[in-house]
Ligand binder design. Structure first.
Ligand SMILES: [Mn+2]
Length: 262
């Protein structure tokens, strides 16, 4: 039996929750990771990581190990998504470029095979593909495509759907086309609208394009798609979203008030 890859934050689970903290791509920036973690109060908050923990920055290993400890300590409150930089074959071959985590593992942990088998693979297989707050928000790393026909497709995704969710990007137009990245699609605002309706949410929060959110959240598709970034590796601002669990709709209307710089 496959593991359900969709984390559902139902009203029942959000009861007695203060904030939902959302963290975008970190990409080896340990300082931003530590600041993000310090925003989280485990007795009353959720923290959702949108993936891409390693590569580009220097400290992928430290971030992955810290995040594993955080999940272990607060399994009900820490939710980590898979990004395209967590996409490896069973044998540890990255499905993306460039991958610097392998070299980091050689330098810091004495090799890749052992680190992958003992530490990284068990972490990756337990990552979610998406989080949904019913009637409100879908959180993913990359985006959506017309292949996502229902919420069930996110619970038990085909490999094609998984790739679309990990790799896709919104674009300022209509329809759905091949992505220049070589995987996933670029999706227009008609596609966002259609998929939001099918899944039963108002909007999609994603990361995957940190430079698009270099100063603040990038809001596209009539407010339906929001891109965030939580890394300094490109020399840009890094931030988290701190959303009030009981008033999400208003928070999205006034998003700048819920941006916390890291
Ligand atoms: Mn990415």
């Amino acid at each position: 039996m496959y593991k359900n890859k969709l984390c559902e934050l139902t009203p029942n689970r959000l009861d007695k929750t203060n904030q939902i903290i959302i963290i975008g791509d970190i990409h080896g920036d340990y300082e931003s990771f530590k600041k993000a973690r310090s925003l989280f109060n485990p007795t009353q908050d959720y923290i959702i990581f949108l993936g891409d923990y390693a590569d580009r920055g220097e400290n992928g290993i430290e971030i992955i190990e810290s995040l594993k400890r955080l999940i272990k300590k607060y399994p009900m409150r820490v939710i980590a998504l898979k990004g395209n930089h967590e996409d490896y074959t069973q044998r540890g071959e990255p499905q993306f470029k460039p991958c610097s985590l392998i070299y980091e593992a050689y330098r810091k942990r004495g090799g890749w095979t052992k680190f992958f088998g003992d530490e990284f693979r068990p972490f990756v297989v337990n990552l979610y593909l998406a989080v949904v707050i019913p009637e409100e928000v879908l959180f993913v790393h990359g985006g959506v495509s017309r292949r996502v026909g229902s919420i069930e497709d996110l619970k038990y995704p085909s490999r094609l759907i998984e790739k679309d969710v990990l790799w896709s990007d919104p674009y300022d137009g209509e329809g759905e086309y091949i992505n220049m990245r070589g995987v996933g699609v670029i999706f227009g605002k008609d596609v966002s609208k259609e998929i939001c309706q099918k899944i039963g949410v108002k909007r999609i929060v994603r990361s995957h394009q940190p430079r698009k959110a270099s100063k603040e959240p990038c809001v596209e598709h009539d407010g339906r798609v929001i891109t965030i970034s939580s890394t300094h590796v490109y020399g840009d601002k890094a931030f988290a979203l701190k959303l009030p669990a009981n008033n999400l709709d208003d928070a999205f209307q006034d998003l700048e008030k819920h941006v916390e710089y890291l």
